[in-house]
Design a protein around this ligand. Structure first.
Ligand code: DC
Length: 235
């Protein structure tokens, strides 16, 4: 069976990873959450006081990039892969609001992006992959057969994220979460290198008022149609 590459980009907390996981499962594809990679580098930077303390030392972080080993390890019980930083499972630590506060600054560093984009391209070299992030359809896989761009109002996204963090036992207010969502939107969309933009050929989904199940169905159908065209040699 012919395999394709599916690139899902969009704003934070638009349900990208939920849909990407569902699509990967339905098609028997690999799923890669690139946000987890930027978050793991951010956690390393925080643990080693390159960011988040009194003084930032981003040059120091760049020098240490070769020391940062990232790996996705599949957890059969959960049904998805978890992020390992230098051999340690950091899945929980990378999802905190503290990491979210610093991640956009780390994701704006050119050397960090070069390292992670190379890793992502290697992971997708054989196709049969669903990858989500901010620059997948524009930079990582500009030739992806299916590109999706997800968006929703900041208020809706912050509400979802706030509930998730409360469920995880984090002590946060809705205002803090909304501020973080808006700040990340701004930095991610305005950074110099690979800013978050919709690839011209990407299909846009605004899920402010659309359920994730309905979106999944529509995306799945798009994917099946493209795969069928590839099989027939008409793509
Ligand atoms: O998808 P997420 O919220 O976990 O991503 C965390 C941050 O990482 C997000 O604010 C922007 C950055 N990011 C990026 O710049 N490029 C990607 N491909 C994925 C994430």
């Amino acid at each position: 069976m012919q395999k394709i590459t599916i690139a899902i980009d969009g704003f934070s907390s638009t349900g990208k990873s939920t849909i990407a996981k569902q699509l990967a499962k339905a098609l028997g594809y690999i799923y890669v959450d690139t946000g987890a990679m930027y978050r793991a580098v951010t956690l390393y930077a925080m643990q080693n006081k390159f960011i988040g303390g009194e003084q930032e030392n981003l040059v120091g972080l760049v020098t240490e990039l070769p020391k940062i080993a990232l790996k996705f390890v599949y957890n059969a019980e959960l049904g998805f892969s978890e992020m390992y930083l230098n051999g340690e499972n950091v899945e929980k630590q990378i999802r905190t609001l503290e990491v979210s506060r610093n991640v956009s600054d780390i994701a704006a560093i050119g050397e960090v992006r070069t390292k992670l984009v190379e890793m992502q391209q290697r992971m997708g070299a054989e196709k049969g992959i669903v990858m989500d992030g901010r620059d997948i359809g524009t930079v990582v896989f500009p030739d992806a057969e299916l590109k999706i761009f997800m968006t929703a109002s900041a208020d809706k996204r912050a509400t979802r994220r706030y509930k998730e963090l409360l469920d995880k036992g984090e002590d946060v207010t809705f205002e803090e979460v909304l501020k973080n969502v808006e700040k990340r939107d701004y930095i991610d969309s305005n950074r110099e290198i690979s800013p978050l933009t919709r690839a011209t050929e990407a299909i846009e989904f605004d899920n402010s008022d659309m359920g994730l199940d309905e979106q999944f169905e529509r995306m799945h159908n798009y994917a099946l149609r493209i795969i069928s065209k590839k099989e027939k040699g008409t793509l």
